[in-house]
Design a binder for this molecule. Structure first.
Ligand code: SAH
Ligand code: DHB
Ligand code: MG
Length: 221
């Protein structure tokens, strides 16, 4: 099976069960116009996030790594009207594009995008007692994945769902001698998941529009 085949299957899923989505299409258009890289989750992955957040009955959600807000919109759609999603984005310009996309999606009332380095902002979120979060999506600088998992745990309650994106990266995750900080950071994250008695975790490899990658899913005991 080739990359072309993976894309054909994603197209088939998009045309059938995922469905066209003018709000998300407008988001991708605005992101491209602003020069953002197209490293958002795919349409099928985005809908998976919506459904996972719904299954978790999430009311308070946390995202680390907003980019243009594609995944943000997907998660926020699962929240009740009084729900809250706090999304952290390092780049001011990405955060601006994301806020406009989120407003266009009609979700500005339940989403806050905070600009800054996540490791600076997470302590403030704890100090402001904005947790515990029901659902956490980790999708920022992969070298910090273990640190972000630690924060997700600190800001969690029993039953919290934690998802980490991009944990396979063309299979590089399995290379124990890798020097790439994205890979070593994600391997440290997996070691922490394995050691941490409060977490039950698994990971699923994916192929499709975004190549060969995958996500980890953990639930707090
Ligand atoms: N979740 C998005 C994609 C995020 S791409 C989606 O699927 O639609 C990763 C984002 O993380 C980028 O916008 C990048 O600027 C941001 N990022 C990188 N380092 C960060 C840091 N230290 N703190 C917060 N965000 C960071
Ligand atoms: C890349 C993809 C992502 O989904 C992400 O969050 C960060 C980087 C990439 O392909 O480089
Ligand atoms: Mg990602």
């Amino acid at each position: 099976m080739s990359e072309r085949g993976w894309r054909a299957v994603d197209s088939y899923f998009n045309e059938t069960i995922v469905g066209r989505d003018s709000v998300l299409e407008a988001t991708l258009k605005a992101n491209a116009a602003a020069g953002l890289p197209s490293i958002d989750v795919s349409p099928a992955q985005g809908k998976m996030l919506t459904l996972l957040a719904r299954v978790a009955r999430a009311e308070k959600a946390l995202e680390i790594g907003t980019l243009g807000g594609y995944s943000t919109i997907c998660i926020a759609r699962a929240l009740p009207r009084e729900g809250r999603l706090l999304s952290i984005e390092y780049s001011d310009s990405h955060a601006k594009v994301a806020r406009a996309n989120i407003a266009r999606a009609g979700l500005a009332d339940r989403v806050e995008v905070r600009a800054g380095a996540a490791l600076d902002i997470l302590p403030a979120i704890e100090a402001e007692r904005l947790g515990p979060f029901d659902f956490v999506f980790i999708d920022a600088d992969k070298s910090n994945n273990a640190n972000y998992l630690g924060w997700a745990l600190r800001l969690s309650r029993p039953g919290t769902t934690i998802i980490v994106d991009n944990v396979v990266r063309d299979g590089r995750i399995a290379d124990a001698s890798a020097k790439d900080p994205d890979v070593t950071g994600t391997r440290r994250m997996f070691e922490m998941m394995a050691r941490e008695p409060r977490l039950q975790a698994t990971a699923i490899q994916t192929v499709g529009d975004k190549g060969w990658d995958g996500f980890a899913l953990a639930v707090v005991e």
